[in-house]
Design a protein around this ligand. Structure first.
Ligand SMILES: [Zn+2]
Length: 191
């Protein structure tokens, strides 16, 4: 087993026990990330103003700090984070990365197509996130799938048959449930 997965990689949630409002995040080292959140909150230096405000009122004991899902494949972290953010009944403290490219205007589409980078067989996109005109942060692979192959069930992951995490070539993309994806990766990758 490689050292890559010796940390707890996954999705975490910081829940306001009083109101139920949550902050959902992902990290390849959840323990360390949660400690970092707690330290910033205690120092009154957290970047999320709403969360900081509630923490100042309630203190550490007013919040629940939890790991909610183990995600061994880092490429799936943002997909799972978005899944949980979208699932929240109450508006979360953070917006996170939205997986659903619901607001693709003509201008968005044009900008996305211009930013595609064509490699040998795989494609990529010029940066890790595509920000549309509506201000949503989108994962390029999901935008590509949406544009070229059509809308998909947002609870699914967009995975790659080529194993290139950043691939945006629609021919290499498929939608999949998490367990199925991990099974496929286990059979194509050395951990
Ligand atoms: Zn590819």
């Amino acid at each position: 087993m490689s050292s890559k997965i010796s940390y707890t990689s996954g999705i975490y949630k910081i829940t306001n026990i009083l109101t139920g409002r949550a902050y959902v995040g992902s990290s390849s080292d959840v323990d360390k990330r949660l400690m970092c959140h707690i330290r910033k909150l205690k120092d009154n230096k957290h970047q999320n103003k709403d969360l900081q405000k509630d923490f100042n009122q309630l203190g550490e004991g007013g919040f629940l700090f939890q790991l909610i899902e183990l995600v061994l494949d880092k490429a799936l972290l943002f997909n799972r984070e978005s899944y949980y953010i979208l699932k929240e009944k109450q508006k979360p403290y953070n917006q996170g990365v939205i997986c659903v490219p619901i607001d693709l205007t003509e201008d968005d589409t044009l900008r996305f197509l211009k930013g595609l980078v064509f490699l040998d067989n795989c494609w990529s996109w010029k940066s890790a996130r595509f920000v549309n005109n509506a201000g949503q942060h989108l994962i390029p692979a999901r935008v590509s799938y949406w544009l070229f192959k059509g809308p998909f069930d947002v609870s699914l992951n967009v995975a790659h048959i080529c194993g290139f995490d950043k691939c945006t070539n629609p021919a290499h993309l498929y939608t999949s449930s998490l367990s199925e994806t991990i099974y496929k990766f286990k059979n194509t990758r050395v951990w």
